[in-house]
Design a protein around this ligand. Structure first.
Ligand code: GPU
Length: 829
């Protein structure tokens, strides 16, 4: 460190001559430089993809400058840092987002146009980084954007999967999965750090040793795999701060299987070495039920162990006293997926730092914070004890010790209530003994957050009731949010310009609360007119996309009604389709003259079914079967179209959301922990048809139920409805549309039978039947409102105006203050 600015280093600084310049000419020079020397194409002949690569490398250079300065600054200031541990990040495209956050979009567009390229076309060359499944993973990405923008000293840690979420292709209406080898064409957004690597141990045995006269546990691993770091710079908006998302890839370690080399089996030894890479090969594509898979446990431990080694090394670079660890480090558990880290930190402190149990535990319980993202019991991870014993033998011992101490503490508090103790125990007894990862997470974290007010209430009253009674002060909630940078500025530039024009400022991009003043203009005919023009432009873009993809021409006068999210029974895409069938049935049975009164609709559904989830796959097929009949029925024409958008992902969402009029968020109440899609639609002035579930309740508080279409049973009504279900008959309209499916009106009679069975004969767990009438009423309300153009425009403006509270900036500020205890650490500009 000595002589940092002297001697050799001084010369380096002189040579660096300030930062890279952002004027169009400098950008052009950089682009051509990268065409020639990075992409290795001739500067006289390169195509759109190569231009995309060259532009990306030019942008990346700028990110790297800021990244270095930010890390240097954090190091100098030594603030308490937040580490966000998540097994999933759905980043989508990086070029468009980076260019916006660096504030160089116009300059890039100009530079390119003089070279004969179009910025918008190049942006489309980039594939999505889809290292996650759905809402949880996209939330991590939005939160990273906010952490950077708000100058927080934070890093994300995750896994660099070779294969992201599968590509969905549709053949004859059926979903097929194809591997997403997203790294095939290179990835300019990551920086490989060959020297930042750590060994991660698996299997083996635990032995005892005497160290300094004290008995110590030593884990002798059976296998060691190397974790190599890949850094992904995350730029903030309107600041030079650029934080890091560090993803780990598995590589064979030097010491791997040395024995085979010695015995002369060279070829097999090499082949075996390569097997280590399997750990970071592929993302698990089902985000709700992954019980007891060895590879999954290895993925979790692999990324957690590497991250903690990295974090502890960074801490020790500056600090000698490990007791200060909680003053400098906050570790955020994104759901239970990274929770093995609490045990790993205990292990490191006990076995490697040789702290006493008491000291180690005091540190652990001060650093971890846990956010739960679900209420579904099948999503609460459980790991068989046998599996942990084999893969992580030392960790199992520590889990037992943590549980023992917890049970002792509990006994002191609640006496000998063994029933309650067994409910709260981290170890679940039974035919197969399991570790309850959620209980472990609650016991070892100082704060447990829900993702909406309603979700938190359910955590307190249904999921973690016993824990809430024991430690009410541990429980908080932070309503989710999404970043307006990606969801308005990047994806809806016309709306962005319009908002800035009417607010006479761009500062809402950093301070989204300013959007509320749009309320003052909501009835202004000029704004309404311009607002509708913007919507029209976006609907045109979407209509073009629909036509190229499905061959179906849709009318721009129709209401675009959208449901895009993972396919799951609780999200009730089936209810949506049954509603479409009902609408179709009505049109078919109406007098010719009445058809003129029908409000035309384009119903759009998109989403991936988990590969092993049969019912979800049948819902996709049903959507196609129904679309086939409706879209080709001359009686119907433009009055109704049903479109399935294949391979839904972040960049498809960026196209679809701005172009929709109405969006559906229709989960059975009490099942969607929060829901964040709704917030993106809200920001884009799209009206919501929704159940009073998750974050929708807070959207109602913000914009008023009169500006939405709310229907269905409330959260507290659902349990009673379920009990009474077999006694109540489903409404006739419901029985009729299900019968149409059963009778083969849309073909595939036998195939759809089991799907129909899920909602009839006293089953209907997700209450499609009992919500159906109220769903149709809400749909009719939406039709009525759509015809009244002024009313609709006003409601649409009020949606955007009320969306400020649902910015991830607000979520992150609340986390920083109430949960993590971190402060901004801004790089001087
Ligand atoms: N969610 Br748990 C996921 O997308 N995947 C998961 O594995 C789990 C939760 C979602 C919730 O379903 C959704 O309601 C929430 O808005 C989102 O996480 C972010 O909190």
């Amino acid at each position: 460190k000595a002589g940092f600015l002297g001697g050799k280093n001084k010369r380096m600084f002189e040579l660096m001559d300030g930062f890279l310049k952002n004027d169009p000419v400098s950008l052009q020079k950089d682009i051509l430089h990268h065409v020639e020397y990075t992409v290795a194409r001739s500067r006289f002949s390169f195509d759109d993809f190569e231009a995309y690569q060259a532009l990306s490398h030019s942008v990346r250079d700028r990110l790297i400058e800021r990244w270095h300065d930010t890390q240097q600054h954090f190091k100098k200031k030594d603030p308490k840092r937040l580490y966000f541990l998540s097994l999933e990040f759905l980043m989508g495209r990086s070029l468009s987002n980076s260019v916006i956050n660096l504030g160089i979009k116009d300059q890039c567009a100009e530079a390119l146009s003089q070279l004969g390229f179009e910025y918008e076309v190049l942006v489309e060359q980039e594939g999505d980084a889809a290292l996650g499944n759905g809402g949880l993973a996209r939330l991590s990405a939005c939160q990273m954007d906010s952490l950077a923008t708000l100058d927080f000293p934070a890093w994300g840690y995750g896994l660099r999967y070779q294969y992201g979420l599968f590509r969905q292709i549709i053949i004859d209406g059926f979903q097929h999965e194809q591997p997403d080898y997203w790294l095939n064409f290179g990835n300019p957004w990551e920086i490989e750090r060959v020297h930042v690597s750590y060994p991660v141990k698996f299997y083996g045995t635990v032995e005892e040793e005497i160290v300094n006269g004290k008995k110590c546990k030593v884990w002798i691993p059976g296998e060691t795999v190397e974790a190599v770091a890949y850094d992904n710079p995350i730029p903030g908006y309107g600041t030079r701060n650029t934080i890091n998302l560090r993803l780990w890839a598995a590589k064979p370690s030097e010491g791997h299987d040395i024995e085979s080399y010695n015995t002369g089996d060279y070829i097999n030894a090499i082949v075996n070495r390569q097997k280590a890479e399997i750990i970071s090969n592929v993302l698990y594509p089902d985000d709700r039920s992954y019980q007891g898979k060895e590879l999954r446990l290895k993925q979790q431990y692999f990324f957690v162990s590497a991250s903690l080694q990295d974090i502890i090394r960074r801490f020790k670079d500056v600090h000698d006293n490990i007791d200060e660890f909680p003053d400098k480090v906050a570790l955020q558990l994104n759901d239970t997926h990274p929770s093995i880290s609490v045990v790993e930190l205990m292990r490191v402190l006990l076995d490697e730092e040789h702290l006493s149990w008491k000291k180690a535990w005091n540190i652990v319980k001060k650093v971890f914070t846990f956010t739960s993202h679900t209420v579904l019991p099948e999503a609460l991870e459980k790991v068989p004890v046998d599996l942990i014993e084999s893969v992580l033998p030392r960790h199992l011992q520590i889990i037992y010790d943590i549980n023992f101490a917890f049970m002792e503490e509990l006994k002191k508090k609640i006496g000998q209530d063994y029933v309650r103790m067994s409910r709260m125990s981290i170890v679940e007894e039974g035919a197969v003994k399991n570790i309850r990862v959620a209980n472990l997470s609650v016991v070892c974290s100082h704060t447990v957050n829900g993702v909406s007010k309603a979700h938190s209430k359910l955590l307190e009253t249904r999921v973690f009731t016993d824990f809430y009674e024991l430690w009410p002060e541990k429980f908080q909630y932070k309503t989710n949010g999404v970043t307006q940078r990606r969801w308005i500025v990047v994806s809806n530039p016309s709306l962005c310009a319009l908002i800035s024009k009417w607010l006479k400022t761009e500062s809402w991009i950093r301070n989204v609360d300013l959007l509320t003043s749009l309320r003052d203009h909501a009835s202004n005919p000029n704004l309404q007119h311009e607002w509708n023009m913007v919507k029209k432009i976006n609907k045109m873009r979407l209509a073009e996309y629909i036509e190229t993809m499905s061959g179906v021409k849709v009318s721009l006068d129709a209401m675009f009604d959208v449901q895009i999210k993972r396919i799951h029974e609780y999200k009730r895409q089936f209810l949506n389709i049954l509603g479409v069938i009902h609408r179709y049935d009505c049109i078919k049975n109406m007098e010719e003259s009445d058809r003129k009164k029908v409000v035309p609709r384009v119903c759009i559904i998109g989403g991936k079914a988990p590969p092993g989830y049969e019912i979800a796959k049948k819902i996709i097929k049903l959507c196609h079967a129904v679309a086939e009949i409706i879209n080709n029925d001359n009686d119907v024409g433009d009055l109704l179209k049903l479109i399935f958008i294949p391979d839904y992902n972040v960049s498809v969402a960026e196209l679809v959301i701005p172009g929709s009029d109405l969006s559906q968020h229709i989960s059975t109440a009490g099942h969607e922990a929060s829901g964040t899609g709704s917030m993106k639609f809200l920001m884009n002035g799209c009206l919501l048809l929704a159940t009073a579930d998750g974050s929708t309740n807070e959207i109602i508080e913000e914009i008023g139920a009169e500006n939405m279409f709310i229907f269905g049973a409330k959260i507290n009504e659902v349990p009673t409805l379920r009990e009474k279900k077999s006694a109540i008959k489903a409404p006739l309209q419901f029985a009729r549309v299900v019968r149409m499916v059963r009778d083969g009106h849309f073909g595939f009679k036998d195939y759809f039978k089991s799907l129909c069975d899920t909602v009839e004969n006293g089953k209907d767990f997700y209450l499609l039947g009992s919500d159906f009438t109220s769903y149709l009423e809400a749909q009719a309300e939406a039709d009525k409102a759509y015809v009244d153009k002024e009313k609709w425009s006003k409601m649409s403006i009020l949606c955007t105006a009320g969306s400020g509270r649902f910015s991830s900036d607000r979520t992150i500020e609340d986390y920083a203050e109430e949960t993590w205890g971190i402060q901004p650490c801004k790089l001087p500009s």
